[in-house]
Design a protein around this ligand. Structure first.
Ligand SMILES: Nc1ncnc2c1ncn2[C@@H]1O[C@H](COP(=O)(O)OP(=O)(O)O)[C@@H](O)[C@H]1O
Ligand SMILES: [Mg+2]
Length: 303
């Protein structure tokens, strides 16, 4: 029997059209049952994700994480979710059985969260956690899983992966912890990664390493990345396209390179509120919100 290659080869997907949609979301609507009545957290959100880096930006509470979690159906039972479509390569996700959904989670769509401290098991060696992520979905021996995990640690640019394999989470730095999380999420070769503020807890130099790891995974392996962030400056340089959310709606969908031509006043306001190196500003303008934005329909804003 031949052993399959251990490192991830530049994929099957790499050669395909990067605009071919992996994920298609139409008219996604999410309401939570709150103590003071229902909270309508996401309103008519529509977008497509190809083999690209798509940012979802917006202020805290705008519904970004709720969209990310709903795609994986990780919302609380009390939430009401409707959509005309929420599909992965043509397969509708909202109507899958829980069992089928478990195969999608981790194997076809992975989620990377903000802080590895809460996602890694503190009493288990980090390498074993990566190997276990693979074993959960594949019938292979422990030795092969170990080799695959070491190779994956190398792919996420961890130096001396054999040594790091045996460390416990408290023995690794924040940046390395986040790359171990990425290794865990990547080892099953998902088609889509949803990264929810993956670098917000990291300092600037480590952030750059993690972003470049994610970038390599998207460009070399043809994955689609949803990058959730409140940092417009960051996504502007890192992502291909940007969805701007405000109060549960997508108010703008725009190529990152075109952000200077953003049409929605909220996007313009966010941009104006960013500090700039190329011109001196005494005070940054404060974003003035228009109540009309809350009524605005998301119609016509479809990525
Ligand atoms: N489990 C929940 N129960 C009730 N309300 C929730 C729940 N999760 C999120 N919300 C509400 O949904 C809205 C959007 O939240 P969230 O998606 O976390 O925003 P963001 O990620 O953009 O900061 C907020 O008003 C939040 O309070
Ligand atoms: Mg969030």
């Amino acid at each position: 029997m031949t052993t399959p290659p251990l490192s991830i080869p530049p994929t099957r997907a790499g050669a395909r059209d990067r605009h071919e949609p992996l994920l298609e979301v139409d008219n996604l609507d999410i309401t939570f049952a709150g103590d003071d009545g229902p909270v309508h957290a996401v309103r008519g959100v529509s977008f497509r994700l190809g083999r690209e880096k798509l940012a979802i930006v917006g202020e805290s509470g705008s519904g970004k994480s709720t969209v990310g979690r709903a795609i994986l159906r990780l919302h609380p039972a009390s939430a009401r979710i409707t959509a005309d479509r929420c599909s992965l390569q043509g397969q509708e996700l909202l109507t899958l059985s829980e069992r089928e959904m478990q195969k999608v989670r981790g194997q076809r769509i992975s989620m990377i969260l903000q802080d590895p401290k809460y996602s890694l098991n503190p009493v288990m060696r980090v390498g074993e956690q990566v190997a276990e992520a693979y074993l959960a979905h594949h019938r292979i021996g422990a030795d092969e899983a170990r080799q695959r995990a070491v190779a994956m640690l190398e792919t996420v640019r961890i130096r001396d992966p054999r040594r790091v394999y045996d460390l416990y989470p408290h023995e690794v730095s924040g940046g390395m912890g986040q790359r171990i999380m990425i290794a865990m999420m990547m080892i099953t070769r998902p088609e889509v990664i949803i990264a929810d503020e993956p670098t917000s807890a990291l300092d600037v130099s480590v952030r750059r390493q993690v972003l470049s790891t994610l970038d390599g995974l998207v460009s070399d392996h043809g994955m689609g990345l949803i990058f959730i962030s409140h940092d417009l400056n960051l996504v502007r340089s890192f992502c291909d396209r940007v969805l701007v959310m405000y109060a549960g709606r997508v108010v703008e969908s725009i190529a990152a390179a075109d952000l200077d031509r953003a049409r929605h006043p909220y996007t313009q306001g966010l941009l104006a509120a960013l500090p700039r190196l190329d011109r001196r500003q005494e005070r940054l303008p404060t974003l003035q919100r228009d109540p009309a934005w809350l009524q605005a329909s998301s119609e016509g804003v479809c990525a």
